[in-house]
Write a protein that binds this ligand. Structure first.
Ligand SMILES: [Zn+2]
Length: 214
């Protein structure tokens, strides 16, 4: 069973102290989604991995709340784009993956990290049954996985899994042709770059009988 525990955070940007729920324990007894989300039994932990300071809107994973300094560019972007917006609403401290992605982008995070944040945001929306929001996040995740693949310095061992995920996200977004094309490239990526062989099995399976769950 997944259990949550309140944790006190200190915002490294504005100094505000706030409480947010953190995952204290979880499990992986649930289904495996075809885009590699492993469900837990009971409460799903994925919506509790990012935290938002309700005073300024700074958002990130637990590790992003370490004391740190921010560039003037980051400061300007947060203060102009996020803080005024969140002042208007009562914002939850958990699961704001869009704000997490913006903060990560302004801190200079690589494409692969942004892809992962948006993808987790899509899973969070899927669990909540928010289909339109899930699509928004999947489109963003696909965009950044594609950018991550194009980068010359992308780690080789991730190429096969990124290729597979672009295919599976395209399929979930209704682009069957793009999905087939990317599933079809997974084997080659594994041969050339290595990676987890199981991803090749998933790709073959999705080419012959596509499914949302394994
Ligand atoms: Zn703050």
């Amino acid at each position: 069973m997944t259990t949550l525990q309140p944790h006190q955070f200190t915002c490294p940007f504005c100094g505000n102290k706030f409480e947010s729920q953190m995952v204290a324990s979880t499990n992986s007894f649930g289904r495996l989604h075809s885009d590699l989300y492993k469900e837990a039994e009971g409460l799903q932990p994925v919506c509790y991995f990012v935290h938002t300071c309700a005073s300024c809107g700074y958002t990130g994973y637990e590790g992003d709340f370490q004391p740190q300094s921010f560039t003037p560019v980051f400061k300007g972007m947060l203060e102009e784009n996020i803080t005024p917006e969140i002042k208007k609403v009562r914002i939850g401290t958990n699961g704001n993956y869009y704000l997490a992605a913006l903060c990560a982008e302004w801190r200079g995070a690589p494409f692969a990290v942004l892809a992962r944040i948006y993808h987790m945001g899509a899973w969070c929306c899927r669990i909540k049954g928010e289909k339109d929001n899930e699509r928004f996040y999947l489109e963003k995740a696909m965009f950044y996985f594609e950018r991550a693949l194009e980068q010359a310095d992308a780690p080789n061992e991730n190429k096969a899994v990124y290729t597979y995920l672009i295919g599976d996200i395209a399929r979930r977004l209704g682009d069957a042709e793009k999905a087939k094309s990317y599933y079809g490239k997974v084997e080659q990526a594994l041969k050339e770059c290595g990676g987890e062989p199981g991803i090749g099995d998933f790709a073959r399976r999705q080419l012959t009988s596509p499914s949302d769950y394994f």
